[in-house]
Design a binder for this molecule. Structure first.
Ligand code: SF4
Length: 302
């Protein structure tokens, strides 16, 4: 079957099953093009909650589908490839967070949305890369345990008066970018502005012109007077940016900016998930209750 035939079948099944396809900005181009909505994990979770679809096909990684299941427990959430996990989210377990909390009684726990439902359930509040500083500043406590991304924790620590206690997790994709990559890219594209994701290392963020989450990058790309942008986030983002700001030129900061887990989803797997109702993501009622509180508290701040 070629892609057109697969998409025709997907569209038919979408109608019969009242399904919606959500794709993360880092998905492969064909998947982004076949999706009803493309966005960052938080935007997509919100869309999942607000949509009147019965079935959500979440083209992303496991924690994203879990967030959709937490926010929309009455809907069926399908992850086209069950092995699509997030190495960053897997860098802290619920048991490790529990131990950390016991070591720091009285500290609040701010947890990046890139985390498992079980870790969210032990947290006071969730954050995204876009709202992390605002959310942390909204907390009453002065001491904040920030998990699991140490680079984002550093980014927040530089922009708040609070004491941030970071967990040493990192995104294997963004953490690979080095200051030398920035120097090289600036030499190759001297008129371009450098925009990186806050999941990059602090020495990379310090050399960039802007540090923004994927939603912020789209807005910036549309509005900036720069005609050329060097992008320091996962390569799938370039497809989205070229659609959103077709008059601009985009260059990937480093060839290492590829997340293998984000590339597992294919059109065939979307079709198969819908046809066979396979890879249903669920969250237990107990975990859901705590995780939902942390997510809703973030929503009330942002
Ligand atoms: S790009 Fe990084 S944070 Fe995103 S899914 Fe891949 S490993 Fe996780």
């Amino acid at each position: 079957m070629d892609n057109r035939e697969i998409i025709t079948k997907i569209d038919k099944l979408k109608n019969t099953r009242n399904a919606v396809i959500l794709a993360h900005n880092y998905q492969i181009d064909e998947v982004q093009d076949a999706a009803d909505y493309v966005g960052d994990s938080f935007e997509l979770s919100r869309l999942a909650a607000e949509s009147d679809a019965d079935v959500i096909v979440f083209c992303g990684v496991h924690f994203m589908a879990e967030s959709a299941a937490i926010l929309s427990p009455q809907k069926t959430v399908l992850l086209p490839d069950l092995s699509a996990g997030c190495p960053l989210a897997n860098m802290i377990t619920a048991e490790e967070l529990q131990e950390l909390k016991e070591k720091h009684p009285g500290a609040a726990v701010a947890t990046y949305i890139n985390s498992s439902a079980a870790v969210k359930a032990l947290s006071d509040i969730c954050v995204t890369s876009a709202n992390a500083v605002r959310v942390v500043n909204s907390l009453e406590e002065d001491k904040i345990l920030f998990v699991p991304d140490g680079n984002l924790a550093h980014f927040v620590a530089q922009r708040t008066e609070k004491t941030i206690i970071p967990w040493p997790g990192y995104c294997i994709t963004h953490h690979r970018v080095s200051p030398e990559d920035i120097e090289k890219a600036r030499t190759e594209h001297p008129h371009a502005v450098v925009v990186v994701h806050p999941e990059c290392r602090p020495d990379v963020v310090a050399l960039a012109d802007e540090a923004l989450g994927t939603g912020g990058m789209i807005k910036y790309a549309r509005e900036t007077e720069y005609e050329e942008l060097i992008i320091g986030t996962e390569m799938g983002m370039l497809h989205r940016l070229r659609k959103e700001a077709p008059d601009k030129k985009f260059y990937l900061l480093s060839t290492g900016l590829i997340c293998p887990n984000m590339k597992y989803t294919t059109l065939e797997k979307i079709l198969s998930a819908l046809e066979n109702n396979q890879n249903v993501i669920t969250v237990s009622a107990e975990v859901r209750e705590g995780a939902l509180k942390a997510l809703q508290r973030m929503l009330s701040v942002s």
